[in-house]
Design a protein around this ligand. Structure first.
Ligand SMILES: [Zn+2]
Length: 172
């Protein structure tokens, strides 16, 4: 059991596309356990491997913190096969602490991938689950939620974020 360091914007690894997991071995199992611990410690509902510095196509999702009755989901090499509807809702990211913004996502998704045993699984998600799946799969493609908002909002975010960084530098 280990808590890993969560990479924060603008670290480069967050912008990189991850590579598919080849063999699911002991190292993969340990990474999954550590990612679950890290996600829980940060009180997040999802975490992608590149957020902890490992550029592999693997993510974990656990909505139980939000009071949803949902099991822990481990998705290896996931792909979204179907999307339906559009819905906008507020979203945050463990790699951009303190920032919340409205993001448009598909209302329902159908995703396929492997579970931690390497067995093929498919999940039909809607609501928060659909949102979390799309958010984590974006991470695996090197995309952050700020890549899903308007260029104007993104500019505002970048300016504010830079100021915050300068501020925190002068404090330490
Ligand atoms: Zn995120």
């Amino acid at each position: 059991m280990a808590i890993l360091e969560i990479k924060r914007y603008p670290e480069r690894i967050l912008k990189q596309k991850t590579a598919p997991v080849g063999t699911i071995n002991g190292a993969t199992q340990k990474l999954i356990d550590d990612m679950v611990d890290t996600m829980h410690a940060a009180r997040g509902v999802g975490l992608a491997a590149n957020q902890v510095g490992i550029p592999q196509k693997l993510c974990v999702i656990d909505l139980s913190l939000r009071g949803e009755k949902a099991p822990l989901i481990v998705l290896i090499n996931p792909i979204i096969l179907e999307r339906e509807g559009v819905i906008e809702a507020e979203e945050g990211c463990l790699s951009i602490p303190g920032y919340l913004t409205a993001v448009k996502r598909a209302e329902r998704v159908f995703v396929k991938g492997l579970n931690r045993e390497g067995k093929e699984i498919s999940i039909e998600g809607e609501g928060l689950l659909a949102r979390a799946i799309q958010h984590e799969l974006d991470h695996l493609d090197g995309l952050l939620l700020i890549d899903r908002i308007s260029p104007l909002k993104r500019e505002f975010f970048k300016r504010r974020y830079k100021k915050q960084m300068q501020h925190s530098k002068s404090e330490t």
